[in-house]
Design a protein around this ligand. Structure first.
Ligand code: GAR
Length: 212
């Protein structure tokens, strides 16, 4: 028998910006049946609204800037150690604009989720909404996936489609995507936390816990 998932699951959320996805998780996790609690919020920069949201809710925060480390590998190792101090079951990258590297994934591979504002495998990287607009697609969306060593390439948990309107600019399109993205994130983080999950090649399956 696999071990049952720990409830509530412990989440560490990493952010780089306004943190509206984080806020959706904070709000959802106040319900006792959500199945997950946010034990810490980390960022790669100071002074962002995402950190302020956590502080207003009494959630512990930490900042690890790449500028304070000799190189990206040292930052990645420190990030993994810092996150590990909170003993999370799941790590959620919610608008975290850095790639986690091999040292981080050696600790949290298979249980780190990221949300991306495009329908993978289209438009990976930092500018999903801008790239979708430039290509002229009529439908884009958001993708929740399990982080691997690539750029937005990991096994897909869930996707949501969003129409592109004729008068959209990058901002209006991204805001429409984010409305759907937040709902998807809350639904699926809760589902994964309550049920546990494992990877079967590229399929994300409920009802089990990844080996640690
Ligand atoms: C979200 O749309 C998220 O998918 C995106 O940043 C936004 C953060 O919004 N992340 C990426 O583009 C990562 N490649 P928020 O700070 O309001 O949650």
């Amino acid at each position: 028998m696999p071990p049952a998932p720990r409830t509530p699951a412990r989440l560490v959320v990493l952010v780089s910006g306004s943190g509206t996805n984080l806020q959706a998780l904070i709000d959802a996790s106040t319900a006792p049946d959500f199945g997950a609690e946010i034990v810490a919020v980390g960022a790669d920069r100071d002074g962002i609204e995402g950190l302020a949201r956590a502080e207003r809710h009494g959630i512990e925060t930490f900042v690890l800037s790449t500028r304070d480390f000799a190189d990206r590998a040292a930052w990645d190792e420190a990030l993994g150690a810092q996150v590990e101090a909170y003993a999370p079951d799941l790590v959620v990258l919610a608008g975290f604009m850095k790639l986690t590297g091999p040292a981080f994934l050696s600790r949290f591979g298979g249980r780190t989720l990221n949300t991306h504002p495009a329908l993978s495998p289209a438009f990976p990287g930092m500018h999903g909404p801008r790239d979708a607009l430039a290509y002229g697609v009529k439908v884009t969306g958001a993708t929740l996936f399990v982080v691997d060593e690539g750029v937005d390439t990991g096994p897909i948990v869930a996707q949501v489609a969003v129409p592109v309107l004729d008068d959209d600019d990058e901002s209006s399109l991204h805001e429409r995507i984010k409305t759907s993205e937040r709902a998807m994130l809350v639904e699926w983080v809760g589902t994964l936390a309550r049920n546990g999950f494992h990877l079967d090649d590229r399929a994300v399956r409920l009802g089990d816990v990844n080996p640690r």
